[in-house]
Design a protein around this ligand. Structure first.
Ligand SMILES: NC(=O)C1=CN([C@@H]2O[C@H](COP(=O)(O)OP(=O)(O)OC[C@H]3O[C@@H](n4cnc5c(N)ncnc54)[C@H](O)[C@@H]3O)[C@@H](O)[C@H]2O)C=CC1
Ligand SMILES: CC(=O)C(=O)O
Ligand SMILES: [Mg+2]
Length: 603
């Protein structure tokens, strides 16, 4: 035991020693001259020092003056601010796309500078590179397309993927976000245009989790689209055929997963924005074989659970009271069912086998009961029995308004993908909730698909609520110096830590225990004073710190469940004997940070 503890501590000391010199470690490049200037991973624009220009054959390819990183940074921020000024008064979508374009141009040219401005201004830039603007970008992808990013595997590539995967130029890939474009945010089937989502999610991985951008890979699995408007669009860039179904579809996903695993056996694959039937099926199919998770089912569940636990605290109740909360979930899709499944696990662990969770699930046809014909198997555990509904004066298909009036829930949580479903009448009905502080979660994205706006929630449900939305809204001025705090209940608080923790402990699979540890870590982040102010989640400004802690919690859970193989010099036994603080340090020391590293050319 002693030997192992010492070796872990010594590898930590070594990484700290590296950090303390403040000279960034070298970065090996396999190219020279103009090829470097055209590679955003290595390009420093006018920032290449003269000695490096000599070493890499860059002399004469740049204007002679060397501009520092700080000057480049300030110049970009000045341009951004002047764009903000110049677009004042223009339509929202125009401004959003203009902001996305200026950031995207930097992303395409100089990733080091791009990620530095992103990290430093994450609260300001997240709404552009992530929800809501990423949705608009996906909708307009064909028109915005200038150059590819990531990889595209299509139904036409069947039988070729094992070799195609070697077309990706990076030697190592750690983190993959994969979509088939079938349910992009609440915008439906966007086919190949959905690639914007893996790109945005991986931007968050770099910014929040410090995954090296050289080791990320956004992937689009293009199996066709059922979006007739796109199929009829001459400029649509994806396969112009309807989606593959059944075994044909699964054969494509299987082949992709095998190909990834063959080239990068330790890469983690995050499934993102798959329509419900495939979200659940692929999760069950792969979760015991590969290190993968479904963010919409599992990441969302953890973030929602952390918020739900916070809303119990906001009522001044002990956490164990979660078992008695009446929760109405609107939307029985991959996200809504994922939330209820995790909430059920939490209630069972608090109240034991006699737990009697009071969850009510609705979809587009109203309250789901056991009388429902063709009920999805994943929804069955949450369908109400005839006895339960009768007692409350409800029935199969009861409307949301009826359910709220009869149940008087503590929490109303929307994952329906439909904007405005929490109407004025429904929000007003929440005023007679049995909770002294009702919670309203309008979690659907992007902003136009939120079940209600923040302002509507505070206006119609009263000032005494706690409120969270999936996309950002400004805090609401309630008058008399009072503010209605708006939380962002978005899986961005967890997926970077789940991926990072799994990577750094060399997890073979991602277990429920690891996901629960991530959720508990997030839930414990908020102080009682913050909870009293209606704050359920920390500020996105601290997302890197949160992610380090979530990552460490995931590592510890993986070690406890013996699914961690270790990584590099840090073996599973090293991880086992590290203290909680040592694991947090280990995680932080392994987070990439954007600085200009000296480039060293190797053939
Ligand atoms: N805040 C966050 O972190 C996350 C938010 N989401 C959002 O959740 C939404 C849903 O995602 P999924 O569950 O994957 O979609 P899904 O398509 O699998 O499920 C949507 C569900 O909503 C129901 N629904 C549709 N119209 C309704 C209505 N008028 N009233 C009640 N229910 C209605 C449908 O019947 C279906 O059960 C999307 O907008 C997505 O952006 C998803 C994941 C994470
Ligand atoms: C946030 C997210 O993953 C979604 O809306 O699908
Ligand atoms: Mg998603």
């Amino acid at each position: 035991m002693w030997r192992v503890a010492r070796s872990a501590a010594s590898s930590l000391r070594q990484s700290r020693r590296r950090m303390s010199t403040e000279i960034p470690g070298p970065c090996i490049v396999h190219k020279r001259g103009a090829d470097i200037l055209h590679d955003p991973l290595f390009n420093k624009d006018t920032g290449f020092p003269l000695t490096e220009r000599d070493r890499l054959g860059l002399r004469g390819l740049l204007p002679p003056r060397v501009i520092s990183f700080k000057q480049q940074y300030e110049r970009f921020m000045d341009s951004y601010r002047s764009l903000e000024r110049n677009t004042q008064g223009q339509p929202d979508n125009f401004v959003s796309l203009a902001k996305w374009r200026i950031l995207n141009r930097l992303h395409d040219r100089n990733e080091t500078l791009y990620y530095r401005v992103l990290i430093d201004n994450i609260k300001n830039f997240a709404p552009t590179i992530y929800t809501p603007t990423v949705g608009l970008v996906c909708q307009n992808y064909s028109g915005l397309f200038r150059r590819p990013r990531g990889m595209y595997f299509s139904a036409k590539d069947k039988g070729e993927m094992m070799s195609m995967i070697y077309n990706w130029p990076a030697r190592q890939v750690d983190m993959i976000v994969l979509t088939d474009g079938s349910r992009i945010l609440g915008l439906g089937d966007l086919g190949v245009q959905g690639i914007g989502i893996p790109i945005g999610k991986l931007d968050m991985y770099v910014a929040a989790a410090g995954i090296n951008p050289q080791k990320i890979l956004p992937v689009m699995l293009d199996v066709g689209t059922n979006n007739e408007k796109l199929l009829a669009d001459g400029l649509y860039l994806g396969l112009r055929q309807h989606r593959l179904e059944g075994d044909e579809y699964l054969a494509i996903v299987d082949e992709f997963m095998e190909a990834v695993h063959a080239r990068w056996p330790k890469a983690i694959v995050q499934f993102e924005d798959f329509q419900m039937k495939w979200a659940f099926e692929t999760l069950e199919r792969y979760r015991k074989r590969f290190c993968m998770f479904n963010d919409d089912v599992q990441g969302t569940a953890g973030v929602a659970l952390a918020g739900l636990l916070g809303s119990v605290r906001a009522q001044g109740r002990p956490l164990t009271d979660f078992a008695n909360q009446k929760i109405v979930v609107v939307g029985a899709g991959s996200a809504g069912l994922g939330v209820l499944k995790m909430a059920l696990q939490a209630v069972s662990s608090m109240a034991g086998p006699d737990a009697d969770p009071q969850f009510f699930l609705l979809d587009k046809d109203g309250l789901i009961t056991k009388e429902r014909k063709c009920i999805d198997p994943a929804a069955t555990p949450f369908a109400k029995s005839q006895g339960e509904t009768k007692e409350l004066g409800l029935c199969e298909g009861s409307s949301l308004l009826e359910v709220i009036r009869k149940v008087k829930p503590h929490v109303l949580l929307g994952l329906s993908g439909v904007g405005g479903v929490f109407s004025e009448e429904i929000l007003q009905a929440m005023k007679s909730s049995d909770s002294i502080k009702p919670a309203i979660f309008a979690m659907s994205n992007p902003t136009s698909n939120a079940e209600c706006t923040a302002e509507e929630a505070f206006k119609h449900a009263g000032e005494n609520i706690v409120f969270a939305s999936g996309s950002p809204f400004d805090n609401v001025d309630l008058g008399n110096g009072k503010t209605g705090h708006v939380n962002q209940a978005n899986n961005m608080y967890l997926f970077p830590g789940i991926g990072l923790g799994s990577l750094l402990c060399g997890a073979r699979i991602i277990t429920d225990g690891m996901l629960q540890a991530a959720a508990e870590c997030l839930a414990s982040y908020i102080t009682d004073e913050e909870i009293q102010m209606g704050i359920l989640y920390p500020s996105i400004d601290s997302i890197r710190d949160i992610t380090a802690e979530v990552g460490a919690a995931v590592v510890r859970a993986a070690v406890a469940e013996r699914v961690a193989d270790g990584r590099g010099v840090v073996g599973p036994k090293d991880l086992k004997y590290m203290s909680k603080e040592q694991i947090i340090t280990y995680v932080k020391d392994n987070m990439w940070f954007p600085v200009y590293s000296p480039l060293v050319h190797k053939k």
